[in-house]
Structures are given as structure tokens and as C-alpha cells.
Design a protein around this ligand. Sequence first.
Ligand code: PMP
Length: 358
Amino acid sequence: MSRFWSDIVHRLIPYTPGEQPVLAHPVKLNTNENPYGPSPRVLEAIKAELGDHADALRRYPDPTARTLCETIARHLGVRAGQVFVGNGSDEVLAHVFQGLLRHAHPILFADITYSFYPTYARLFEIDYRLIPLEADFSLDVDAYRQPNGGILIANPNAPTGRALSLKSLERLLDANPDSVVVIDEAYVDFGAESAVGLIDRYPQLLVVQTLSKSRSLAGMRVGYAIGHRDLIDALTRVKDSFNSYPLDRLAQVGAIAAIEDVAWFDKTRQAVMASRETLSAQLEALGFRVLPSAANFVFATHPDEDAGAIAAALREREIFVRHFRLPRIEQFLRISIGTDAECAALVTALKERARVTE
Ligand code: PMP
């Protein structure tokens, strides 16, 4: 192996995405997709954009995604100039690392959180320091009171599902007036408090959200950031230096339709939250310890059973859950909330397994 190549291999440890099985009908509870599908208006909007032919695709899309930014702004009660959109929140986060987090001090994030953060930090050669979560996986905001080049908090956190209160986030922001503080709210619509309402008070705050989870559009790739104009301007400069057309024409119209269908959004997220409570109780009845979750997944461990063995046994029945082979959480499973039938299939499989291994 050439020296150049081996340097890259050692420096870049890519993110490992959850498995996307090639099966006709898997019970797929491993990547936190929404089981209910997007608003039917999304398809209507995409069809209307295309008409009877694909000629609309000949032309470049609006590079500023102006109508989408205005729709997001109206919906969240902010100004369009405070919105930045990207190709999934992963891309928005990549631009944040590239453009906003380069300082002399290390950036800070939790020792268990979304594993894309260390991946980006390594890619962009940004120093980072891991801040341990408490024994119960809660986050102590006072531990972030130290010199830093920026802070990232997933709220609710992944893969634990634990949420922080707005009060705690305000304390974190008050203690860090000079660092960019990114609150990644990928799962916020399933029961946590959003920090969007704080952006006018805290110019260092950037809130990142996605349409992949509560709007069920993971396949369309739309994410966005909300923050002070200067932060948005910096992100736009990064984007325009990289790919000034991040969102295709169909994604822009589809995203607008999804955001405008508030009734669908409310109905489906309420259904996910109700199923989460039912599934948590069923898992507890089977002897699991389940962390309180404000997300569309639960994080659970069984005191007497190996998590890897449970995941493997479920997999044989074409039921996919997420098992991370990482220190401290290797005995946990992250289980996305599926339809009632999918959750029932999971519980049945766990019960049958318990009977067999008795
Ligand atoms: N943030 C967190 C905490 C996530 O779990 C995910 C989903 N894997 C994302 C961001 C990225 O979501 P997307 O790129 O689909 O918007």
C-alpha cells in the first residue's frame, strides 16, 4: 500500500450506515425511518412539477431554494434569511463542520452521540473532545463549560433517545456565548422541546432539523439549519463553493408539500409516539430495561441476554434492529418504532425466543 493511501485509510474512519436489507418484506426497525410514509400531497406536488413529461428536469433547480426556505420560515416563525437547506441534515452538518467549527480549541460533543460527528471532525481535520454522558446516559450541560471551538448536541440524543430541556440548553448557551452551538434536532418532533425559538436571543445557536424522520422523507434527502443570518451566510458560502444546487427540483416541491400538510404530520407523529409507549411497556414486561425516549426509537438492554445474540436471532427472522458494537452500549439495542404490525412481530419473536432459551 502506498504511503499516501495508507495515510488516508488511517485518518478516515467512515460512518457505518444501518443495513438496508434487500428482502421483499423485512421488518425494518434499524434506521429510524418513519413507518407511515410521507403526506400524500408530496406525490401530488412532484407529479404536478413533472406534468406529463420530464422536461422540468432539463433545467437547473433554484439554487437558493427560496420558496422552500420561505415555507420553512413561515412554519417555524422565523425569517427566510435565517434558514439554510441542504441534501439531508447530514450534508447541512458537513457544511457546519467545514465552515463554522474551525478554531484553535477542540470542538465538544458527547461520548455517545450521532457517530457522524467524529467522522466529520476527522474528515475536516478538526480536533474534538468527547464529553462523557452520565451513568444513566443523561447529559450534564455544565461539563461543556470549558474552552472550545464549538459544541454539538443531538437533542434528543442518538442512539439513546434521551432529551434535554430548553432550560438546560439555555444554561449551555449562556455559558458559551462565543462558540457556535449546534443543536441537532433530527428527532425533536417525537417529544422534545425545540430550540428554534431561541435563535433571536442567541446568535451563536444553530438548530438543525430534517424531513427524514417526522416527515417520513428519508429517501428524498432534505435537511435544514435555522440560525442567525451570519451563520446562514457562512453556510451558504460553503455550499456555493462546493455544490450550489444541493436540492433537486422534485425535492424542493415535495418538501414544501410535506411541511404544509400539518394534519398528516401531527397524525403520524402522534401514532409513532403512542406506539413507542406501547412497545416500551411490552419490552419491559419481557425483562428489558428501556431508556425514556423522546425519539422514534427506543434504546433497550436485557440484564440476562446478550444484545448481539438477540439482534442476530431477530435477523434470522428478517427483523432488523440496530446493535452497536461499541464500548458501554454493546449490550443495548436501538429499535425504531414501526407500524403496529411490525412492533407486534418483534414482540412475538422476542417472546418465542425467551421461551426457547428458558
Ligand atoms: N442527526 C441525527 C442525530 C441522526 O440520527 C440522523 C439520521 N441518521 C441525522 C442527523 C441525519 O439525517 P438526514 O441526513 O437523513 O437528514
